[in-house]
Design a binder for this molecule. Structure first.
Ligand code: HEM
Length: 156
């Protein structure tokens, strides 16, 4: 049951250090992947540092992406006209979850169900936003993601 002492997903995952490790390793895999490499060919590796601020803010971490990197509208803009396909999206989600396993991120059922939910949802928005004619809402609020139906970590 969720209560005032329930940690945020951000705290549970290990904060910005853990998310920076995840994004860094994830993009290493992306650059070796035949489906995703061409999509991310122009992304420089230093980029993964500030990208981690986004998945930090969504699950309850500091609002630094909103304050310093243009917030949700800027992130949406990065996906415009990319013509992302379902094959790319599925590969992206698979690689992200495989990287979480590789790095030994928490694997309790409650955390993992929340972890699967967010990229599944967000990647589908990325595909929609990447199609011809899509535009970014300049007031799009930052998404917030929590424990969902499981309401918190396992308590026995
Ligand atoms: C939950 C889902 C997703 C989130 C939260 C997300 C988040 C982000 C963020 C924060 C950036 C960098 C923005 C910046 O420069 O400040 C970015 C860039 C980008 N994303 Fe996503 N993204 C998601 C899904 C996807 C998917 C599924 C794909 C492709 C299969 C994708 C492709 C890209 C590309 C190509 C860029 C630009 C890279 C560059 O700078 O060259 N994204 N995304």
């Amino acid at each position: 049951m969720q209560s005032s002492d329930t940690p945020t997903l951000y705290e549970w995952v290990g904060g910005i250090e853990s998310l920076s490790r995840l994004t860094r390793r994830f993009y290493e895999h992306v650059h070796e992947d035949p489906v995703l490499q061409p999509v991310f060919a122009h992304m420089d590796s230093a980029h993964s540092e500030h990208v981690a601020a986004f998945p930090a803010e969504v699950p309850g971490g500091p609002a630094s992406y909103s304050e310093s990197h243009g917030g949700h509208p800027h992130m949406i803009q990065k996906h415009l006209d990319r013509h992302l396909t379902q094959e790319m999206r599925r590969r992206w989600v698979e690689l992200l979850l495989a990287t979480a396993d590789e790095l030994g991120m928490p694997d309790d059922p409650e955390f993992r169900s929340a972890l699967v939910g967010y990229p599944e949802w967000g990647s589908r928005l990325a595909v929609i936003n990447s199609q011809p004619g899509a535009s970014a809402d300049h007031h799009a609020p930052m998404p917030k993601w929590g424990w969902g139906e499981v309401k918190g970590p396992y308590r026995g």
